[in-house]
Write a protein that binds this ligand. Structure first.
Ligand SMILES: Cc1ncc(COP(=O)(O)O)c(C=O)c1O
Length: 335
């Protein structure tokens, strides 16, 4: 992703902490697109990033910048993937790392983060509770927190997904981008990248319709979108096996909703059963073993073709944001 370093905030490239993140494949669908009559369906496969998810981009950026600024210890509340990524980049930068995650987080995330030398603390509840515990530790132990959108750099890493999509599609953006949404930084980051590229004269004013996908077990953004609200209400008792979507309140809710609306996009919730179907289909028909969040994106694609939100001539990009290998305990129960 550092091919875009001129557009990223690290000032001295010697401070870049990298494990080879970014420029993930944009795979043309071999089966599902044809089956649904959408010839130009692509899967942006973020599972091939270091530590198995798109979170590598944001955390590579945040840790690089932290190194540049002399930060010595970093803490994060996480649904899983961000914790793995932070731990790996901190190991590489020799920065102390602490990861706070809900007890229900799939095992792999605590295991690899521990191997990377991070301290792990599990809390009952959701990432919201992990966030509250993080805030306590910031005060009592003076950690630097890289909670979603509470520091300015993770989003800068994530925006590189937007730059890449443009480059991979020869600077003609797709008509529709389908993205699974928790804290929403993936979506907000790409939206920022499109604005920057327009200012650079690389693209025009056209924008993809941004589709935000959540689970019916935790859909605050979808509810706010449908209710015409600018901000989302806190979702009570969030439940979904797509751990990254179990975010009851996103700090950037208004930015997510703004991007969806400005793009003439949509927010939609998919059931847990539908997520399983998406996960299985992507594995079986496209050879990509996705995180359940990627399964959610694919199943949303099915619904949007059916509702004719997606037109047969559209170029559509479905994001698989992470790897199924991190969710083996969860996926085993749903085979
Ligand atoms: C695999 C995966 N997909 C999607 C998300 C949601 O990403 P965001 O918080 O940027 O909306 C997460 C967050 O943890 C995730 O781990």
């Amino acid at each position: 992703m550092w091919r875009y370093s001129e557009m990223l905030p690290v000032q001295n490239n010697q401070n870049i902490v990298t494990l080879g993140e970014g420029m993930t494949p944009l795979q043309p669908s071999v089966t599902i697109g044809k089956k649904y009559g959408i010839e130009k369906l692509f899967i942006k496969d973020e599972s091939l990033n270091p530590t198995g998810s798109f979170k590598a981009r944001g955390l590579a950026m945040a840790v690089s910048k932290a190194k540049e600024l002399g930060v010595e210890k970093i803490i994060i509340p996480t649904a899983g993937n961000a914790g793995s990524a932070l731990a790996a980049y901190c190991a590489r930068a020799n920065i102390k790392c602490k990861v706070i995650m809900p007890e229900s987080t799939p095992d792999a995330f605590a295991i690899d983060a521990t191997y990377h030398g991070a301290e792990i603390e599990k809390v009952s509840g959701s990432i919201k509770d992990a966030g509250a515990r993080t805030a306590q530790l910031v005060k009592s132990e003076n950690w630097f927190a890289v909670s979603t959108l509470k520091e300015p750099y993770r989003i800068e890493g994530k925006k590189t997904m937007g730059y890449e999509l443009a480059e991979q599609l020869d600077y003609v953006l797709p008509n529709v981008i389908i993205y699974p949404t928790g804290g929403g930084t993936g979506l907000i980051g790409m939206w920022k990248a499109f604005d920057e590229m327009e200012k650079l004269g690389w693209i025009g004013s056209e924008r993809p319709k941004m589709v935000s996908v959540q689970s019916t077990g935790c859909a605050p953004i979808v509810k706010a979108f449908n209710d015409g609200k600018k901000n989302a209400e806190l979702w009570e008792n969030p439940t979904t096996h797509a751990a990254g979507l179990r975010v009851p309140g996103a700090i950037g809710d208004f930015l997510i909703l703004q991007a969806i609306r400005e793009s003439n996009g949509i927010a939609l919730a998919v059931t847990e059963e539908a997520i399983c179907i998406g996960t299985k289909d992507m594995s079986k028909h496209e050879g990509i073993f996705p995180a359940p969040e990627g399964g959610a994106s694919l199943t949303a694609f099915y619904q949007l073709v059916q509702s004719e939100f997606i037109k047969t001539t559209d170029t559509v990009v479905v994001f698989n944001t992470g790897s199924g290998y991190k969710y083996l305990d969860v996926l085993k129960e749903r085979m």
